[in-house]
Design a protein around this ligand. Structure first.
Ligand code: ADP
Length: 493
């Protein structure tokens, strides 16, 4: 059933600077992935507009009362903001869904409340990380004082537009920074609505500004801006590396990067409940149609259970229903763009040419409302150097490799470049913990897959999967710098 009519969803197609929507002639067409139609046009912030947004944030930081407010008052404003977001779920969920891959049902039940609760989590840190008293000589007092950086620049991707913004902006604001955000040009609108609600909650104008545009012009101008003291980014490894290079030259300034992944699901033959496990593994590669940085895209399974597990996963895949994000029966999201769909096809094709066996899927669904819907795909018989095993696909494509003993399984679970996350499934606690130690990744889930909704466990990668953490205390700390103070109170001699 259609939950909303996409034609009727108005979008705030502008920047948000100094507490108001700044419209400008549109230049970037924003398409709906569900039907590939252009929904609106987006203005593109050039260096001058980015400069205006950053200067405004800098002014807000120095002249608004945000920085002077007691941290608990900042926390209260952030909590009020979270309440307004939750109260606006009927507006926010369709706004999120219309131009993204997030089915409206998931956006309403998951992304919107998740965004609000994430802000509440960060609010709790507003008065918790003041610094330390240092052990120094008894007639001196040494202090390490936590201070915000100033203006933080944030660049977010298209796969979970609201949630990604809340992680970046929540941590930065709770630490006392101002933020200038550039959301993905593919999914730019819900961030503006968040910024409007922030003003309503009492965040002073300018503390959270949004600039719209592409990476090369707008994102690059933001990264280079001399008043942006720190950058935080989530997206592809290639773009992250170029942002880091720009931060080195135009600073140097610190950078938090949450990048790509090729995460393993390591299954031993004593793993309990294969039916439940098949559901976990299928869900971890078909949720948001696999367009998730921590997608579990490589199944590494011990031979004894391989066939039984694969059969069950294929059955789960077959039960998924592709559909528009505005249809509440949709259980398989569209691919974000036609270009991305052909990239997925290309990797699957190259994988087949080098000997892989296609167990199901392998192409686009026929028909449908005009968007690209990729069939959940399972590829077996692949060697470690196969394209589908090596490259991040960002689609619903799972490769299967089998192993004999623990050592071989651990060897296959590692990846030459990425180290974002992994799942380990076994009834043997010793084996699970050995695997946890042995896998070089920023997150290891044991007998489950995916983040829990309590925000306290940080997320971030090893190797080419990133630097630093989102979520957890670590995310707030990454938005603080530390001033050393030494006071001599010895009696004058
Ligand atoms: P994808 O290719 O999946 O869209 P990207 O990593 O390229 O992922 O994009 C993530 C975000 O980074 C988007 O907001 C995009 O506009 C931005 N971006 C892309 N290139 C650059 C760049 N050179 N500098 C700054 N931001 C960029």
């Amino acid at each position: 059933m259609q939950v909303f009519d996409p034609q009727t969803i108005p979008v705030p197609a502008g920047h948000f600077i100094g507490g108001r929507l700044v419209t400008d002639a549109g230049r970037i067409p924003v398409r709906r992935p569900s039907d590939n139609r252009v929904h609106a046009e987006l203005p593109l912030a050039d260096a001058a507009t980015v400069d205006a947004a950053v200067q405004d944030a800098w002014r807000a930081l120095r002249t608004s009362d945000w920085a002077r407010r007691a941290p608990r008052e900042r926390a209260r404003v952030l909590r009020r903001w979270a309440d307004l977001i939750e109260a606006d779920v009927r507006g926010l969920a369709p706004l999120e869904a219309v131009c993204s891959t997030r089915p409206v049902r998931d956006a309403g039940a998951g992304d919107v409340p998740f965004t609000a609760e994430g802000l509440r989590f960060f609010a709790e840190y507003a008065d918790k990380l003041g610094g330390d008293v240092a052990a120094t000589r008894p007639d001196h007092l040494g202090m390490v004082v936590a201070e915000p950086y100033g203006v933080v620049g944030a660049i977010t991707p298209w796969n979970f537009p609201l949630v990604m913004v809340s992680w970046k902006v929540g941590a930065a604001l709770a630490a006392g920074n101002a933020v200038v955000l550039k959301p993905s040009e593919l999914t730019p609108f819900s961030a503006v609505r968040l910024a409007e609600l922030a003003i309503e909650a009492g965040v002073p104008p300018g503390m959270f500004n949004v600039v719209q545009g592409d990476g090369q012009t707008t994102g690059d101008a933001l990264t280079r801006h001399p008043l942006v003291a720190k950058m935080t980014f989530t997206g592809s490894t290639r773009t992250g590396a170029s942002i880091m290079a720009a931060c080195a030259v135009h600073g140097p300034k610190p950078v938090t990067l949450e990048l790509g992944g090729k995460s393993a699901q390591l299954v031993f033959d004593d793993a309990p409940d294969l039916d439940r496990l098949a559901g976990i593994i299928a869900g971890a590669i078909t949720g948001n149609a696999g367009q998730v940085c921590v997608a579990g895209s490589r199944l590494i399974v011990q031979r004894g259970v391989a066939e039984a597990l694969v059969e069950r996963i294929v059955a789960r895949f077959a039960a998924l229903r592709p559909g528009a994000t505005w249809d509440d029966a949709t259980t398989l999201a569209p691919i974000i763009s036609a270009g991305q769909a052909s990239r997925i096809l290309d990797i699957v094709e190259r994988s087949r040419q080098t000997g892989a066996e296609l167990r199901c899927g392998g192409g686009l669904f026929d028909g449908g409302p005009g968007g690209a819907y990729f069939q959940p795909t399972l590829i077996s018989g692949v060697a470690a150097d196969n394209a589908a095993v090596q490259e991040e696909i960002f689609g619903p494509v799972l490769t299967v490799q089998t192993f004999g003993d623990e050592e071989e399984g651990l060897e296959l679970a590692g990846h030459a470049n990425y180290g974002l996350a992994a799942g380990v499934h076994t009834a043997d606690i010793g084996r699970a913990l050995r695997a946890m130690r042995g896998i070089s990744a920023g997150t290891v889930w044991i007998n489950r897959y995916g983040r829990s909704a309590d925000f306290v466990i940080p997320t971030g990668g090893y190797h080419q999967s990133g630097i630093g953490k989102d979520l957890g205390r670590q995310a707030v700390e990454a938005n603080l710098r530390f001033k050393s103070v030494l006071i001599d109170f010895s009696e004058p001699r």
